[in-house]
Write a protein that binds this ligand. Sequence first.
Ligand SMILES: Nc1nc2c(ncn2[C@@H]2O[C@H](COP(=O)(O)OP(=O)(O)OP(=O)(O)O)[C@@H](O)[C@H]2O)c(=O)[nH]1
Ligand SMILES: [Mg+2]
Ligand SMILES: [Zn+2]
Ligand SMILES: [Zn+2]
Length: 541
Amino acid sequence: VPYLLGFLAVAVGIYIGVWLIVAGFMLYLLPALLIGAVVAVPAGAALAVVVAILTLTGLSAAPGVISPEDVVAASPRTSRGGVPKAFPRDRAWPSYFAGQATIDLAQVWRATSAVLTDGWRWIGRGVTGGWALAIPALVVASPLWICVSVGAYAAAGLILTAGVLIMLVLGVCWMAPTVLFRGLDRLIRKLRRASGSCPFCYHVTELPTFTCPGCGWRHRDVRPGRLGGLWRRCGCGTLLPTTVLRMAHKTQPQCPRCESLLRDGGAVVTDIRLPVFGPVSAGKTRLVYTGLLGLRDQVSAGGGVLDFVDEESQQTFEHAVALVGAGGDTVKTPADGLPHAITARVTLGRRRALLHMFDAAGEFYADRDDNSDLEFLDHAQGLVFVIDPFSIAWVRDQIGRSSGPDIVRMANPAHGDPEGIYHVTARRLRDYGVATRKRRLAVAVVKADPLDRLPLASPLDAGHVRQWLVDAGLDNLVLSAERDFGEVAYFVTASLAGTRATDARSPARPVAWLCAGAGLELWPGSGATADVPAQEEEESV
Ligand SMILES: Nc1nc2c(ncn2[C@@H]2O[C@H](COP(=O)(O)OP(=O)(O)OP(=O)(O)O)[C@@H](O)[C@H]2O)c(=O)[nH]1
Ligand SMILES: [Mg+2]
Ligand SMILES: [Zn+2]
Ligand SMILES: [Zn+2]
């Protein structure tokens, strides 16, 4: 019995104890926790707001910043098609929307999580720190911290959602003018038929390189994009305009391949590239300079200006024109190096163009191996083929009979036959995949002035050059040229200093006709050919 009584007493004691704990929990702790939760959830939200402000202002847990160096380092190695890229991205500060925005928002979430995790770690230390700490940690701190976490995550989620929405709206506001600017820049240059052609390595590009005036870094792609919409900040801090058109106003464009400076206006104004080819001593150089001289006078008669933007072209032009003007001969073009372009700038009202003439020594056209470096042939809108009548066997035979060696000496006849030279060059163009059917070829029979003194069986007159060439036995050449090229026109020229460009024998005519084909009419009717169009003549034959 005493045992039974004792057992009952203990049971009642335990019952009362448990009841007291439950009652205490229900009466005091639960209401206290409920009140605590009402405070803890908003406190958690406030905590998230404070953390977001501290993070975004960089006062604490500042997000990593994408630097210009990161941009260079993280450049993709290949383009979308898998083609290896020649250059990394430019060293400039990326636009905020191109990556930094995401990093900042993610950091807000991460910083909030970090603060909450710190709290849990602290509570965890209490739980394992003995009874006196474990009970309040488990019973009071844990439930309260759960409430704080809920409030904080909810607020962080809201902040992120709002942030993403704001970034989307602002991003669209940034993207629209960026895309528009990029498109406009391209469109204007396309309409102008602008491209940057290198006078030295002959590379032709839509996208020249620009050097930052602040630090000398070469920016290879200044188009609006991830590195700036309307403006770009160079890695050195200098603010640069985007778009090729605006940047070209600030600094001179450069060749992306050899880094030489392009001619002033390169990549921005209409760009016309015309090589002159033919055998040694055919009269190429003389045709180029007297042709430019004729163009200059005719253009200025029409109220325009033809001038030179670079010292080198200006000086070579003046030198050659002075020689020819004084009745002398042009100097032989050196065959030991590739020629630099002779560039003339044409201004016709608001229209501006750069006209690049390429005049290599005749040796380069003599055989297939020598012309492999003549890349300017591939990028030309049209070509001038120079034929020296004194190198045609048919003419020579007649001179032999009429004894005109003085005239022949005076004419400095070309070495090599025109047909061979033509085929070597035409083959090079074919081998390099040039669409010659879309190009113009101006065939210029030069040295008409000394030829006049010879009593030829058939006179060489403007308008009948094609027929004359056929009579002279160059019918194969004529047929090949008309098969190879989209349009062929025939000219007879006397490369003299005083010839007016409208003159039937002006050396300016073939150049003007090719310019017209490239979209630049230098004067009204400059695109007309002196010769009867090939087809009509064929019908009449
Ligand atoms: N009278 C006269 N002489 C010309 C004419 N065209 C060329 N010549 C002369 O022919 C010679 C060769 O002319 P260039 O223009 O130097 O020949 P090229 O084709 O440039 O020759 P390379 O530089 O060796 O490839 C020079 O003595 C010129 O003065 C012309 O239309 N009339
Ligand atoms: Mg020459
Ligand atoms: Zn810079
Ligand atoms: Zn170059």
